[in-house]
Design a protein around this ligand. Structure first.
Ligand code: NOJ
Length: 549
């Protein structure tokens, strides 16, 4: 039987530097993370995605790598990494790591050599031009950079950089660069990782400024990566970050021979539009625009991640609807296209609504992704610069610094949220573990139930018609078993009529009926003589459907 573990994994992403500090220097590290593996295993997480942990000048939160074969000394050593991998494996937790090879740091020795010497063997590792074309549409950080080219005095030419100017793009058209990338992957696969998140995959396959290589040539590199990874480790996967239009999705999946997974940016944006409008049809439209994907491919569904909530695939009007609902102040927005807030503040900490949103994200066709702190309802810190607002340290307890570190507060890698509704005395793991009605305990329940319903990840799915525009209903079938989920996107209770579903065949397995914060809004038992189902405001209900004859 073919292993498709990634279709039903519970993926949890974290940045080692903000997770747990073990040595009191104010920076999270691998030893700290290793100590918290039991917490993650207890939560039900079985796949971690680690943000870049390589040596880096940290111009872009580690997405500017100086050495692909080591661990940033601030976070530990390779030895610590190996021990972490061993402990994770012992707990049945797989590890995906970020592979940032669209660009390096400007301080990478390859770039240093390339800029200093035209004859360096590394010169052609990068993309140079004497006559750079502006291409303003391709600037990834529009308010931070004004060009994708930077003239370099030492080199006497301009180099390509889609991101910050401190992140020169690698020349993927150069076979030597491709070899380097495979070597890097080979190294980490030997250390036991289960695959890679391919950073900026969309730019990786663009041939901007690259002479002699067509975009098609570069795309074929995705296949080489796949062949290589699979040859080295049959169950390892490639998860690509490619925020592209529906017609470009096949570039990444092709016939199932390129990427295993893609982040579902399209659905994420449509989800927020649907939430702003409290309208299930908007979500349905989003699902309808997703192309069919090969049987071995999978979407990774998320609510929020470590970047801005990008809304770049929507029209101006649609974006404004979302801004008006969830990020009305300019300081909550970023790059003119996104939101730099975590979910709870966007939803005014409405627990019912937040539960419904995660429940929905966990049932949509694909694999669910959580980001550290989601499970306790962490907030953001808008006083921090740019995307740092959503990258504050994990809140473990009400000890100083939220139990993240014993360092003095000004030595912390980033301040812990210490004031207001989302501050660590109010929102922390230790407190929530002791409270049966906490969001953390609810999340554990969600994860446990989702793992028992693999139909959502692997089954054949179908949207169901309801008489209620605010209720999204869908069913997923796998090997003769069916699960059904209903989500009320609106703040009004309602009653839904479902054609073709007989209540005598429904067993409720999860939903707001079980949430300890809804003790006063319990649903009546299902009425077998009717085909209507009640839904609370922001209600959500999952059913297992027994065979109907
Ligand atoms: C995408 C990452 O998610 C983002 O954080 C980073 O800034 C860019 N890629 C550049 O590596």
């Amino acid at each position: 039987m073919k292993s498709v573990w990634y279709k039903n994994a519970i993926v949890y992403s974290l940045d080692v530097e903000t997770f747990k500090d073990s040595d009191g220097d104010g920076i999270g590290d691998f030893r700290g993370l290793t100590h918290r593996l039991d917490y993650l295993a207890g939560l039900g997480v079985n796949c971690l995605w680690l943000l870049p942990f390589y040596p880096s000048p940290n111009r872009d939160n580690g997405y500017d790598v100086m050495n692909y074969y080591d661990v940033d000394p601030r976070l530990g050593t390779l030895g610590d990494f190996v021990e972490f991998m061993h402990q994770a494996r012992d707990r049945g937790i797989r590890v995906l790591i970020d592979l940032v090879v669209n660009h390096t740091s400007i301080e990478h020795p390859w770039f240093q050599s390339a800029r200093q010497d035209k004859n360096s063997k590394y010169r052609n590792y990068y993309v140079w031009s004497d006559d750079p074309q502006p291409n303003p549409d391709l600037i990834a950080f529009p308010t931070k950079e004004d060009s994708i080219w930077e003239y370099d005095e030492q080199a006497g030419a301009s180099y390509l950089h889609h991101f910050y100017k401190e992140q020169p793009d690698l020349n993927i058209g150069n076979p030597k660069v491709q070899e380097e990338i495979l070597r890097i992957m080979g190294f980490w696969l030997e250390l036991g990782v289960s695959g890679f998140r391919i950073d900026a995959a969309h730019f990786l396959v663009k041939n901007v400024g690259i002479d002699g290589a067509s975009s098609e040539d570069l795309i074929l590199f995705l296949e080489r990566m796949r062949e290589f990874v699979t040859a080295r480790r049959a169950d390892a996967i490639l998860l690509a970050e490619a925020n592209v239009s529906p017609d470009q999705i096949p570039v990444y999946f092709d016939q199932g021979n390129r990427m295993h997974m893609l982040f579902n940016f399209l659905l994420n944006q449509q989800l927020f539009l649907a939430l702003a409008r409290q309208d299930a049809n908007t979500l349905k439209d989003g699902l309808k625009t997703l192309p069919c994907i090969p049987h071995n491919a999978q979407w990774l569904n998320f609510v929020r991640h470590h970047d801005e909530l990008t809304l770049d695939r929507l029209s101006d009007e649609q974006r404004q609807e979302i801004f008006a609902a969830f990020a009305p102040e300019e300081q909550m927005q970023i790059f003119g296209r996104g939101i730099r807030r975590r979910l709870p503040p966007m939803m005014q900490n409405d627990r019912h609504r937040i539960e419904m949103i995660y429940s929905l994200a966990f049932t949509l066709p694909g694999t669910p992704l959580l980001r550290y702190g989601d499970e306790i309802g962490m907030g953001d810190d808008l006083s921090l610069e740019g995307r740092e607002s959503v990258r504050t340290p994990m809140q473990w307890s009400d000890d100083p610094n939220g139990g993240f570190s014993t360092a003095s507060p000004d030595a912390l890698v980033r301040p812990v949220i210490s004031e207001g509704e989302y501050s660590y005395p109010h929102v922390n793991v230790s407190f929530e573990q002791r409270d049966p009605a906490s969001f953390l305990n609810w999340m554990e329940h969600l994860i446990r139930t989702r793992r028992q319903c693999p139909e959502f990840g692997t089954g054949k799915w179908q949207m169901l018609e309801t008489n209620e525009p605010a209720v999204f209903a869908h069913a997923c079938k796998l090997d003769g078993a069916t699960v059904l989920a209903l989500h009320n996107l609106s703040d009004r209770p309602c009653t839904v009529t479902l054609e073709d579903i007989q209540q005598e065949h429904l067993m409720e397995v999860f939903g707001d009926n079980f949430s300890l914060v809804r003790y006063d809004q319990k649903y009546k038992p299902l009425d077998q003589s009717s085909n209507t189902i009640s839904m609370n405001a922001y209600g959500y209900r999952w059913f297992r459907v027994s065979a109907m004859h």
